[in-house]
Structure formats: structure tokens, C-alpha cells
Design a protein around this ligand. Structure first.
Ligand SMILES: Cc1cc2nc3c(=O)[nH]c(=O)nc-3n(C[C@H](O)[C@H](O)[C@H](O)COP(=O)(O)O)c2cc1C
Length: 390
């Protein structure tokens, strides 16, 4: 229904993407997209590269006079750093003496070795340029387009950092309501609701960076205002939880995912886990007073906030590198170091918002889809009436 492709190398000329399936007539606020791109670049622990880049979207197609046409939306985001990489990343052949910035010492934890073996690349740069999370800038812009559609129907997405390394937020902040998470300053450098933990997270990142190391952590992503009925129980690949998991685990360095209180639930009896059902006669609405399921039951959104927790490994490029092998000589050697971030948990949360936005927009269009925004409004309103009359 809604699909997208991205292209572009980290130090190539630009990043590009094509998004197909957005309805016609949707008003697009480019500044909202640029705002999300800026947020991805923020975060305590980002490296020097983010000081060079000023990510902004340049729309190439699919939008006219501020509204979508229903045709594919394509855009590019320039890599400012390209100016320094024109020879190393040239599309044309270069002379044998040119500085191609080739890499032969794979970094443990990165795509370097597995990718080089798979693609038979003598220069690991052929792999790392695309494996780099620079690509997630395109995803954040795609996600922003999706979120503009969702916001039109009252669905909002936000994220906050719940742990960096072994610094976790206090228990009272673990169960913030979705509406409270929406209120956290979206541009803060840690984006953590617990001020005391924020300070300790900042110190932990600074200390880790100082020692040439990196830190992972956790971010929680929430969607508020999601109607019951997105996704389906009838087929494995239509289940919303499975679709969310696939999208989230495709984020570089995301290695684990939790929907609602999944990990605690696995250690608890059913009576302490499942969210009871109540009916609000005034609002004509079914409710769950708790939301341990994270807003999805049976692969279908149940009308509560969607809550996803993302577990991120520490990023692989270390200033004090681990042991590796030089693939050219087969001799033991320290892994390569690239200019790098030291902690990307706040930024990964922003990418998580984008990916959740994409999955929900896709499921939303599957349920209420039409070619124009007007048609979708009708479908959506009719469905809400049916739910109210149920
Ligand atoms: C926003 C963001 C920025 C990242 N920046 C870096 C970086 O500067 N250096 C690095 O080694 N890894 C970075 N990573 C993680 C790597 O891209 C990732 O670990 C690598 O592609 C291997 O994929 P995997 O960890 O999913 O297995 C970043 C991840 C994200 C989400």
C-alpha cells in the first residue's frame, strides 16, 4: 500500500528516497520534515560529522503547491561532506594513485566483514558507506511524511530515552502516559524525562567518549490517538506487532524490541499481565485501564497508545579499537576507526519514531485507504461511527 526505497552512500553526493502510496491532497509542511531531520542530528554523543551536515529536504516530485498529488514523492538530502569526498566516492574510475580512503580492517559489530565477504569487496568502504546510519536521515524524512498523514487524523508519535548504558530512569518515569511523553522537549539533547538520570546519562556518555569507548541504551517510542483496528490477526504478515518489530529492528544498532511490558510479562502470571476491559458509556468507548500490552492485541491495535521499547547496542566504531584482521594481509590488526558518534540513543529514538510512523501510516491506509485525503476522511469517519455504534 505505502512503500519507500532509499538510496545514497554516507559520503556520496546526496541521499534520496521515493515514497509511493501517499494519497493526493495532503498538505505538506516541509518545515515539519526539516524539524525531524534536525532532531535526528541532535543528541549528546553525536560526532563531528553532524556539525558539518545541515540536513534539509529538497522535494523533487509528488508535491505541488504544498499538497501531495498522489504520485510518488521523491526527495534528496544533500551530503555537505561530499565536497571532501569527491575523489574517494567518485562514480567515475579514478587513477591508481588517487586517495580512495580504502578500508581493510573490519570493525567488530559493523557490517564491514560480513558485507565484504558477501559482496566480495576488497575495499570495505564499498560496504560501510551504505551500512552507515547516515541512511536513516532519509528514513526520518519519509517517516515525517507519514506522520503528517497520521497527524491529519489525530495520531501523534514521540520518543524518550529510558536508559544509556547502565543508567536507567527512575521507576516513576517508567510508566509515563503517552500524552506526557509527547510533552518532553523534542529538541533536548538527551530527551529523557528524569532530570537526575539525564545528568548521569550525560556524564556517562562524556566519560565513555573520553575513554575511546561507546554506549548503547534504550528508547521508548509511543503513538497516541491510534484507533482500534489497524493490522489484522488473519495472516502472519498482516500482524501489526510483527510489522512494527521488522521496521524497528531494521534500525542500525537496534538489537531488541519490547512491546508494552513484554519482558516483565514473561515473568508474571496472566492475572497480573492482561489489561482488563471496561466500557465508558458516556464516551461510547471500550477502554483498558492499564496498557501492559502496548496497544496491540492479536496483531491489531486495540485503541490504547502503542508503546515500543527499543534496545540499542553500543555503536561499533571505537576510538580505542578492538582486535581485528587486515583482510588484505590476513595479519592481526586493530580495527579501522572512522570519524564517529559515541552514543546514538536519542537519535535512534527519532529514527524509531519515523519507522513507527511508516508502519502505522501503512496500516492506516490499508484500513481506510483511498486515493485522496477527502476519501480517507470519509472512510475514517464512517468507521469511527461504526465503532461507536458497536
Ligand atoms: C542515528 C545512528 C547513528 C549511528 N552512528 C554510528 C557511528 O557514528 N559509528 C558507528 O560505528 N555506528 C553508528 N551507528 C550504528 C551502526 O550504523 C550499526 O551498528 C552498523 O550499521 C551495524 O548494524 P547493526 O548494529 O544493526 O548490526 C549509528 C546508528 C544510528 C541509529
Amino acid at each position: 500500500m505505502l512503500r519507500f526505497l532509499t538510496a545514497g552512500e554516507s559520503h556520496g553526493k546526496s541521499l534520496v528516497a521515493v515514497v509511493e502510496g501517499l494519497p493526493g491532497g495532503l498538505a505538506i509542511d516541509e518545515e515539519f520534515i526539516n524539524f525531524q531531520l534536525r532532531r535526528r542530528q541532535l543528541g549528546f554523543g553525536r560526532g563531528e560529522r553532524m556539525k558539518i551536515e545541515r540536513d534539509r529536504i529538497q522535494i523533487l516530485s509528488g508535491i505541488r503547491h504544498g499538497k501531495t498529488l498522489g504520485s510518488p514523492v521523491s526527495f534528496l538530502i544533500e551530503n555537505r561532506d561530499w565536497a571532501q569526498w569527491q575523489v574517494a566516492m567518485s562514480a567515475q574510475p579514478v587513477s591508481a594513485s588517487a586517495d580512495t580512503r580504502s578500508v581493510t580492517r573490519p570493525r567488530p559489530g559493523h557490517a564491514d566483514l560480513a558485507g565484504a565477504l558477501k559482496y566480495q569487496a576488497a575495499d570495505i568502504r564499498d560496504i560501510l558507506e551504505r551500512a552507515s546510519a547516515r541512511e536513516t536521515a532519509s528514513r526520518v524524512a519519509v517517516g515525517a511524511l507519514c506522520r503528517i498523514l497520521l497527524m491529519h487524523f489525530g495520531i501523534q508519535i514521540a520518543s524518550h530515552v529510558t536508559a544509556v548504558g547502565n543508567v536507567r530512569i527512575a521507576d516513576k518515569f517508567q510508566e509515563l502516559k503517552g500524552s506526557e511523553i509527547l510533552e518532553i522537549d523534542p529538541e533536548s539533547s538527551i530527551r529523557c524525562a528524569d532530570p537526575e538520570a539525564s545528568a548521569r546519562m550525560t556524564s556517562a556518555i562524556a566519560a565513555s567518549k573520553e575513554s575511546g569507548d561507546t554506549l548503547g541504551g534504550e528508547a521508548e517510542i509511543v503513538a497516541v490517538g491510534v484507533p482500534a483496528g489497524l493490522g489484522s490477526h488473519v495472516q502472519w504478515d498482516r500482524k501489526l506487532d510483527g510489522r512494527i518489530a521488522q521496521a524497528m529492528l531494521s534500525i542500525p544498532s537496534a538489537k531488541g524490541l519490547e512491546l508494552g511490558w513484554a519482558f516483565a510479562a514473561s515473568r508474571s502470571p496472566g492475572s497480573a499481565v492482561h489489561d482488563e476491559i471496561i466500557y465508558d458509556a458516556r464516551e461510547k468507548r471500550f477502554h483498558h485501564p492499564t496498557n501492559r500490552a502496548g496497544g496491540v492485541e492479536g496483531g491489531i491495535s486495540n485503541g490504547e497508545d502503542i508503546r515500543v521499547r527499543l534496545y540499542l547496542k553500543p555503536i561499533p566504531t571505537l576510538r580505542k579499537p578492538l582486535r581485528s584482521i587486515d583482510v588484505a594481509t590476513k595479519r592481526e590488526s586493530a580495527a579501522a576507526t572512522e570519524r564517529s558518534d559515541s552514543c546514538v540513543v536519542p537519535a535512534a529514538g527519532v529514527v524509531g519514531e519515523a519507522m513507527l510512523g511508516y508502519v502505522l501510516a501503512d496500516a492506516f491506509l490499508e484500513k481506510f485507504g483511498g486515493d485522496s485525503i477527502r476519501e480517507i476522511e470519509f472512510n475514517f469517519m464512517n468507521y469511527l461511527r461504526l465503532v461507536e455504534e458497536y
